[in-house]
Design a protein around this ligand. Sequence first.
Ligand code: GLN
Length: 531
Amino acid sequence: GLCLRHVSSTRQTSPIQRRSLNQFISRESSWFVVQQHDQPAREQRQFRLAVKDNIATVSPNSEEETPLTTTCGSNFLANYRSPFEATIVTQLRSRGALLVGKTNLDEFGMGSHSVHTAFGAVAQEGEHEQQAVKHSAGGSSGGSAVAVATGEADLALGTDTGGSVRLPAAYTGVVGFKPSYGMLSRYGVVPYANSLDTVGLLAKEVRPIAELILGGADKVTRGLWAEHDPLDPTSLSHGARRRCASQRDCYTGPLPKDPYPLKNLKFGLPLEYNITELSPSIRHSWSVAAAKLQSLGARLVPVSLPSTRHALSAYYVIAPAEASSNLAKYDGIRYGTRFTPPTESDAAVSEGPEGREEEEGILYARARTAGFGDEVKRRILLGAYTLSSAAMDNYFLKAQKVRRLVRRDFNRVFALPNPLLDKPERFELSELPETVGLEDKWGPTEVDFLLCPTAPTTAPRLDEVLSEEKKDPVSAYMNDVFTVPASLAGLPAISVPMRVEDKEGAGMAGLQLIGQYWDDARLLAVAETIA
Ligand code: GLN
C-alpha cells in the first residue's frame, strides 16, 4: 500500500522508502524502548510516529534534515513546506516520538477509502501472497492506519471529521480514537470542516493511546487532555478542562492496570444502528460483543437515537459547506501551486492593478482546475450550492437543526450530563417516534457508553471501490453512517478491532464505543478492557 511517504520521495518514486526511513529511525526503536539522548535526566521512552499529511511538520527529527512537505494528498500542495509545526506533533515529539513518515490520505481528508489522492490509492495488501487481493484501507486516514497495521509505526496521527480515524482503524484491524472536540490542538492541521475536525490517534492497542491522552502510568508526563493551546481558538481553556475533568473519572490517579470493572456500567445498543445495510456477520459479532460484556457484569439496554437516520445527510451538507469556504483561499496566487509559469499578464494580476478581473478569473480557474481532484471539486460545488441564498434555508439551516437534534438524542441517553450545557435538557417520552415501540419498556435509559459497529461492512475490495466510485461517487458516503453522529455532537469515540466470520472466512471489523463529552478517560479505560 502507498501508506508512507518520506521527505525525499517525489511523485515518481515509491512512497515507501525503507532506506531513507532508516536515516532517521534506529532499527532497534520500537514502542517504548530506546533511551532518548537529549533527555538524560529522565528515562524517555521512544516510539515511531507516522503523521497524516494534512498535519504540518517541519524537519523529520533534527533541524539539519530536509524539511518535510505537507501535501494534504493534493496536487495543489504537492511542494508545500510548512514554516511551522503542528502543536500536536511538537507535543508528541516531547513525549518521545520519532517521525518515520507522512501518510497518504484522501485529498484534504475528503473520502472514506483513501482513493481520492494525488499520490495513488492506499491499499491494504492481503496477508498471504497467494491471496493478494487488495482491500480498502478506509479513509481518509488510510495511510496512517496501514502504517500502524503493518508495524511501520507504533503510533499514527490522523484527523477525524466524520469518521476518518475510526473507519480506517476498523477496516485494518487497529485501534482508532477520536477525542472530544476541543481536546487536542488543531493548530497546524489543515482545516476541512472546522466545526467537526478533530485530531485522532491510531495504534495496535489502546494502552499507548491512553497513556498519551491521560499521562502515562506514572503520570510523569502530562496527559494531552490537560494541554490547552492558545494558538487554537477551539482548544478548551485550562479552566474548562479542569471543570470538565472534575465531573469525570479516570483523569487523576494512575491508569488502571487491571481491567476496568464493568460491573456497574450500562451500555446502550442504539436501535437505529440496526439498519438493513448492516452486514449480517457484523450484526452477529456486535451481539456476541454485547453478550460478552454482559457476562463480565455490564448491563446492556436498547436505546433510541431517533435523529440518527438524518445525521448522515446533515453531515454531508455541513461538512462540504465548511469545506467550500475553507478551500476558497487556494487560488494559485496566495495559496497553492500556480501550475503554469507566470505570464506577463499573471504578473500584472499579482501586482493587483485594477481592471484585471478577467485575467484573474482565468488564473484562478486554471489553478483550481489543475489543483483539486474530482471529489474535492464535488464538495466545493455541493457546499457552494447549499450556502447559496436560494438553497440555504432548505439545506444548511435544516442540517444545523438536525445537528442539534442529534446532540439532544445523545444527551438524553447518557447518564452523565454534558458539561458544556448550562442546564440539563428536558425530554418527554412523547418525543420518541412511535415506530420504536419502546414506550412501555422505557425505563431510565441513562447509559455510560453506546456500543455499536464502526462501519456497516468489512473492508471492501479496492477494485470494487474504484469501479463503484465511477458509477456512483456518493455511494461511499454510506460507510460513515455510524461514525458521523458522534462527530456532529463532538463526542469521544473509539473503534477497537472486532473479529467477524463470514462466507469468505475470518476478517476484521470495528466495534465502536461512544461516550459523553469529555468522558474520554473512562472511554479509553473501558475500551482497553473490551479490546
Ligand atoms: N468520509 C467522511 C468525509 O468524506 C469523513 C472524512 C473525515 O473524517 N475526514 O467527509
